[in-house]
Design a protein around this ligand. Structure first.
Ligand code: SP5
Ligand code: ZN
Length: 339
């Protein structure tokens, strides 16, 4: 399996996030990647740099104003004499206007962000762009005939919507990969999201489309982040009706419940008649994860990998979450080795 990764991820670092009422160092750190790279090295899987894709390639799934905001946000912050990490503190909830984008940086941040856990620092834009290029390259390789590729993306992407960022995500790497596969001739593409958190951004991006199936297994939004999307009654609308499927599980779920949901999710993908697959690969379902509450053990990841690989589809695996840094490499490798 070919592995794509960019060292430019490291520019996104050093932020704090609002967690349980306190500012704490980000859970989503560059160190996560160091552990994954070590595991890949042990498995003798070499890493390749991504190809260049222009900013225009992002506009197939993202809004142009949003991309401009991400690109300039930290420069605007510095122009106001500030330095360091940017976090929003006010959001356009019910009753407030979201048709008008404030000119000032604080209002603009609140407009585009949906949480206070996703800081922007000086290197964030370049890291996010490189992460998107990693996913696009991995998809291009599959379109050119590779059976499967692994996009070692950082920052992650599945919470980023057409014009929103949050959940440690800025650009939606998995959605970009799925779109790239569509554009290169795969008629029907499925996205399987196995991150602990619902992939609200990916769901939103494809919600009205029948050519991309979105299927997600995650902690129930009733109690788990991102709280406001990911229920079983969300099934898609218009041409997308029936092409979104959510499998929310209670916090504390273990292997039995997980395995049953995964089997159903895979059945959906088979029935859809997918020509290619994108996996939003979060390993924050691990029992040792510091911000999540499933009870999967290390030995379960090879089983998950084997179940997904049995679809026998051209597959792009895109790294999402996973915050138990010491174990993240082994858990990711457990999935990859099934391919
Ligand atoms: C890509 C990804 O995995 N993003 C996750 C973002 C989660 N950010 C907020 C986490 C809030 C967790 N609340 C703590 C509950 C501890 N049981
Ligand atoms: Zn997650």
């Amino acid at each position: 399996m070919r592995v794509i990764h960019s060292h430019r991820h490291a520019g996104h670092d050093g932020g704090f996030e609002l967690h349980r009422g306190e500012l704490v160092p980000c859970f989503e750190t560059p160190t996560r990647v160091v552990h994954i790279l070590r595991a890949l090295e042990r498995a003798e899987m070499p890493v390749e740099a991504p190809r260049e894709f222009s900013v225009d390639a992002l506009l197939r799934v993202h809004d142009a104003g949003f991309v401009e905001f991400l690109r300039n946000a930290h420069a605007q912050w510095r122009a106001h004499g500030r330095s360091g990490s940017m976090l929003p503190s006010g959001f356009p909830a019910r009753g407030l206007r979201r048709d008008r984008i404030p000119a000032g940086i604080n209002g603009m941040m609140g407009h585009y962000a949906f949480d206070a856990g996703t800081p922007i620092v000086e290197g964030t834009w370049d890291a996010a762009l490189s992460s998107a290029q990693v996913a696009l390259t991995a998809a291009a390789l599959v379109a050119e005939g590779e059976r499967s590729t692994y996009a070692l993306c950082r920052p992650p992407g599945h919470h980023a919507g057409r014009s929103t960022y949050g959940g440690y995500c800025f650009l939606n790497n998995a959605a970009l990969a799925a779109q790239e596969l569509r554009d290169r001739g795969f008629g029907r593409v499925a996205v399987l999201d196995v991150d602990y958190h619902h992939g609200n951004g990916t769901q939103e991006i494809f919600y009205t489309r029948g050519d991309v199936l979105f299927v997600s297994i995650h902690g129930t939004p009733d109690t788990e982040y991102p709280y406001f999307l990911g229920y079983a009654d969300e099934r898609g609308i218009d041409a997308g009706e029936g092409f979104t499927r959510n499998f929310p599980l209670p916090a504390g779920s273990g292997w039995e419940g997980y395995r049953a949901a995964l089997a159903e999710a895979l059945e959906e993908i088979a029935q859809f008649g997918a020509d290619a697959l994108v996996v939003s690969l979060g390993v924050d379902t691990f029992e040792g994860d510091p911000i999540s509450s499933f009870k999967l053990a290390g030995r379960h990841f090879p089983l998950i990998g084997a179940m997904i690989a049995a679809l026998l589809l051209p597959t792009v695996l895109v790294q999402e979450g996973g915050y138990a840094a010491e174990e993240i490499g082994e858990n990711v490798l457990g999935i990859l080795e099934a391919f």
